[in-house]
Design a protein around this ligand. Structure first.
Ligand SMILES: Nc1ncnc2c1ncn2[C@@H]1O[C@H](COP(=O)(O)OP(=O)(O)OP(=O)(O)O)[C@@H](O)[C@H]1O
Ligand SMILES: [Mg+2]
Length: 256
């Protein structure tokens, strides 16, 4: 008999997970679950283990103790469900925008016609239809990140892992990318873990924010963001948004 999937089953389940490098405990007994469709931000002092946390979820690091599962699977067996986006867009300089975005599906053996169709579609989604034939050196920092996001979306991931993707961008560009990311999420419904140093960005994007403290990295607080699901630029001017940003900033300061 087929058992229908339970919508309440967590997509990401982290149980008592610790990560040590040699004698150093970097993450200490982390417990956290994310449901499908959650947008979870990770904030905390530099070196507290945020990137390590994402790599545990991605299966790029093994937990030294405890367990991490994605939809009930070992992360290593769930790689096809995930896409990783880093601060550096990591574009191949000799490939044009369209061909950079095709790369992930090309590596999976998707036909040229199909992968070009998907690449064009996701590039339209991130607002880059006019730049398909540009080389990376012809793009601004924000455009490069859009290409990087498009490349991740070609594989229709269930889980997006983003490590300070907009950290190097100016505030206006970052705000616009945040708005676009939420618009795409509303269409595609993926789940996200997002590392940032910005309380404002975390509140704008997330429904949950994990505040990590350092040495060893522990969950100091999980903050539920109580803002409407639909969020646009106007939200940033509301007193409720500003109040929650101040609250997260306070929690990060306490975690230092
Ligand atoms: N592969 C590794 N081998 C040994 N130590 C590591 C390794 N990766 C990370 N570390 C150590 O683990 C700690 C946490 O690193 P991590 O990169 O996860 O921090 P972070 O919170 O992402 O920092 P930042 O905000 O600066 O990006 C650091 O002390 C780092 O030196
Ligand atoms: Mg990091």
């Amino acid at each position: 008999m087929l058992i229908p999937p339970n919508p309440d089953t967590p997509l990401v389940k982290i149980e008592n997970a610790s990560k040590c490098f040699g004698d150093t405990i970097v993450l200490d007994r982390i417990n956290f679950s994310a449901k499908k469709g959650d947008f979870v931000s990770l904030v905390g002092p530099s070196g507290c283990g945020k990137s390590t946390f994402l790599k545990l979820i991605a299966g790029l690091h093994l937990a030294s103790e405890g367990s991490v599962t994605i939809d009930g699977l070992d992360p290593k067996n769930a790689r096809e469900e995930m896409a990783f986006i880093f601060q550096d867009a990591n574009l191949l300089p000799w490939r044009r925008v369209l061909s950079n975005v095709e790369l992930s599906s090309q590596l999976r053996g998707v036909s040229k016609r199909k992968r070009q169709e998907t690449a064009r579609e996701v590039l339209e989604l991130v607002g880059l239809s006019h730049a398909l034939r540009h080389f990376p050196w012809q793009l601004s920092g924000g455009m490069k990140m859009r290409v990087s996001i498009a490349r991740a979306l070609t594989l229709s991931p269930k889980l997006l892992l983003l490590d300070e993707p907009f950290g190097a961008l100016d505030e206006m560009t970052r705000d616009k990318l945040n708005e676009d990311l939420l618009r795409i999420k509303a269409r595609d419904g993926w789940t996200a873990f997002f590392v940032t140093h910005s309380a404002a960005e975390a509140v704008f994007l997330s429904n949950q924010i994990i505040v990590l403290s350092a040495k060893p990295g522990r969950i100091a607080e999980v903050i539920n963001v109580k803002l409407p699901a639909f969020r646009d630029a106007d939200l940033r001017e509301t007193s409720e948004y500003l109040r929650q940003v101040a609250n997260v900033s306070r929690s990060i300061r306490k975690a230092h």
